[in-house]
Design a protein around this ligand. Structure first.
Ligand SMILES: Cc1cc2nc3c(=O)[nH]c(=O)nc-3n(C[C@H](O)[C@H](O)[C@H](O)COP(=O)(O)O)c2cc1C
Length: 185
């Protein structure tokens, strides 16, 4: 797909099913993520690919983490949390793996991980798949990082649910760029 068309037609989809990217397509998707802007070439990224039975593992890990963070919320939302990973055949958990650096602050590394996440969504869309970036109750938390055996300096910045949209998504009306752009001509 033409790049501008890909960017202009990306639309999140909450319900996703098979087919999902093949191993060859996934390789290209991850290579696209690894081309995110990256100050000082720190490569501050990790990706956890969850599919098949891994979704059950993710469901349990999410519930255990939330029980430690907020037990009453975990009890209230147990079913929702256990079902959440089954909303798509593939989930890519994007992690900002923050390095201690004398010039590049944490925020730049988190933004770089965000750019990697967007590259994943765009690459998947260019191949005909859909996705949605979710954070939910347990991102940005050390407890969930520990459940994934991540390091203390790793921050989960999003769950990218990827697959084929169960329904045709309609694009929102085109925005007026003048509402957002300040011109200094
Ligand atoms: C960092 C981030 C976190 C998000 N977390 C959630 C979330 O937890 N749940 C949700 O429904 N949408 C979440 N969204 C919004 C969706 O990904 C999506 O952008 C939104 O539904 C609008 O659809 P669109 O991307 O097609 O414009 C998040 C977006 C970003 C950038």
């Amino acid at each position: 797909m033409d790049t501008i068309k890909t960017l202009l037609t990306r639309k999140s989809s909450p319900r996703l099913d098979e087919p999902s990217p093949s191993p060859e397509e996934l390789d290209l998707i991850f290579q696209s993520a690894l081309r995110a802007p990256d100050h000082a070439a720190l490569k501050p990224w990790k990706f956890i690919k969850v599919s098949g039975e891994g979704r059950g593992k993710l469901a349990k890990a999410s519930l255990e983490a939330l029980k430690k963070i907020n037990p009453s919320k975990a009890n209230e939302n147990e079913e929702k949390i256990l079902n959440a990973p089954y909303r798509a055949p593939l989930i890519i958990i994007v992690v900002a793996s923050i390095k201690d650096h004398h010039i590049v602050p944490d925020i730049e590394q988190i933004l770089s991980a965000g750019a990697a996440a967007q590259n994943i969504l765009i690459a998947a869309h260019s191949m005909g798949y859909s996705g949605i970036w979710r954070t939910g109750l347990i991102s940005f938390n050390k407890e969930i990082s520990r459940s994934f055996d991540l390091d203390d300096n790793d921050v989960v910045i999003g769950y990218l649910y990827i697959g084929t949209s169960e329904k045709e998504m309609t694009l929102p009306p085109k925005s007026n760029i003048n509402d957002f752009v300040i011109n200094w001509d």
